[in-house]
Design a protein around this ligand. Structure first.
Ligand SMILES: C[S@@+](CC[C@H](N)C(=O)[O-])C[C@H]1O[C@@H](n2cnc3c(N)ncnc32)[C@H](O)[C@@H]1O
Length: 377
């Protein structure tokens, strides 16, 4: 596990709740750091126990379900929808949660049940409430948690609603990425309580935010690390096809041509994507790749009013841009990128988020809540 992720206060729970009890026989291990992204081939405990155990005791996430359970067999599905998360991420989020022995904790996304069992060991099962939207995942998690000897309150439902019956909570741990921190959940946390959640921007990039609930009902706090979780089921974005943006015409349709000296290569990493995502509204990228290493970066807006393309070719210093619609999406993204660059390329931990208690409005900030980020328009 990455250095420092497992803090001494979690060591006892880590030893008492072995990960192997929470991993199904068939799973798809994530690639180890530096060897690429995504999932490797399936491992079946019955066929290859050695490799299965090696993966379970590696610092990688283990995918346990694809396509909301609509995918069968040992091949990979389209979208991973449940996993036993990477241990260093599990324990760094638990460290950020900063539980006390009597903390009342709500978990959103029971998944395989490992976190709920770890929390039960640490704060006692009667203080743990965990919500899972998928019935099959919930059933399997319950069996595992109970056979490990814990009986926390397990709920099948939409975690976006929280779980009112168990409120008020001292801590909330969300283990699926949010694009919006649920207002209702904030209302179920006592003043001074903490919410730890992966927060994803529409543009891409994601970080774990640690929000403290204030007396006025708002929730405020910094990001503590980068992350890459699967989305909360109800917050997945349905992306409309490029065709719908072109209005039946062939690209570049009515797009207005220009040139840019900002390479799309500069903005493709997780951190600049996150910084751009915090400063723009409803813009998302997609790269159409070609065999020779060139690609077209497409930008579209969620309102389906505007699109832009940037043609990347290796070795060039200027790139052709087309923009169409009321929003100049490439120009917006460039402004957001250049602001971040001019600020000295701040990391995840320098950003933070305020969620208004009354309106639910989300305001990202840099350095402190007094310095909200300007949204590019
Ligand atoms: C990364 S897994 C959680 C890992 C888990 N904490 C563990 O210890 O194994 C994400 C889980 O969130 C669940 N999920 C997605 N949307 C949800 C929602 N709206 N409410 C509750 N659970 C949700 C998924 O079904 C999936 O099981």
């Amino acid at each position: 596990m990455e250095d420092g992720a497992l803090t001494s206060d979690w060591l006892g729970a880590f030893n008492a709740v072995p990960r192997e009890l929470f991993v199904p026989d068939l799973m798809w291990p994530g690639k180890a750091k530096g060897t690429g992204t995504g999932q490797g081939d399936a491992l079946d405990r019955n066929e290859n126990p050695e490799a299965w155990f090696e993966a379970v005791y590696s610092d990688v996430s283990l995918t346990t379900q694809w396509d909301d359970g609509q995918h069968w067999g040992t091949g990979k599905g389209r979208t991973p929808t449940c996993s036993n998360s990477q241990p260093s991420m599990v324990f760094s989020m638990l460290a950020a949660l900063d539980v006390q022995v009597t903390s009342r904790v709500l978990e959103i996304g029971t998944g395989t049940g490992w976190n709920a069992a770890l929390l039960s060991e640490r704060v006692g099962p009667s203080n743990v409430f965990s919500v899972e939207v998928d019935e099959e995942n919930a059933k399997a998690a319950r069996e595992r948690i109970e056979s490990a000897g814990y009986r926390p309150t397990l709920i099948v439902g939409d975690g976006f609603e929280g779980y009112r019956e168990g409120a008020p909570y001292d801590r909330v741990l969300v283990t699926a990425a949010l694009t919006e921190v649920p207002h209702r959940v904030i209302g179920q946390v006592r003043t001074g309580g903490v919410i730890v959640a992966p927060y994803a921007t529409t543009y891409g990039g994601e970080g774990v935010v640690r929000l403290t609930v204030q007396r006025d009902g708002s929730a405020v706090g910094p990001f503590v690390s980068s992350s890459a979780f699967m989305r909360l089921r109800q917050q997945r974005q349905k992306r409309r096809h490029v065709r719908e943006y072109l209005g039946g015409k062939k690209w570049p349709a009515d797009g207005v041509q220009s040139m840019t000296s900002v390479s799309p290569e500069l903005i493709g990493d997780w951190l600049p994507m996150f910084a751009i995502g915090l400063q723009t509204q409803g813009v998302f990228p997609w790269a159409e790749n070609y065999d020779d290493g060139s690609y077209t970066l497409w930008l579209r807006d969620t309102a389906v009013t505007s699109w832009a393309t940037v043609g990347y070719e290796p070795g060039r210093e200027e790139f052709e841009v087309y923009q169409s619609g009321p929003r100049d999406l490439w120009d917006e993204v460039v402004v957001a990128y250049l602001r971040w660059d001019a600020q000295g390329r701040p990391g995840f931990e320098q950003f933070g988020l305020t969620v208004d208690g009354e309106t639910g409005e989300h305001t990202p900030w840099l350095g402190s809540p007094d310095h909200p980020l300007r949204i590019v328009d």
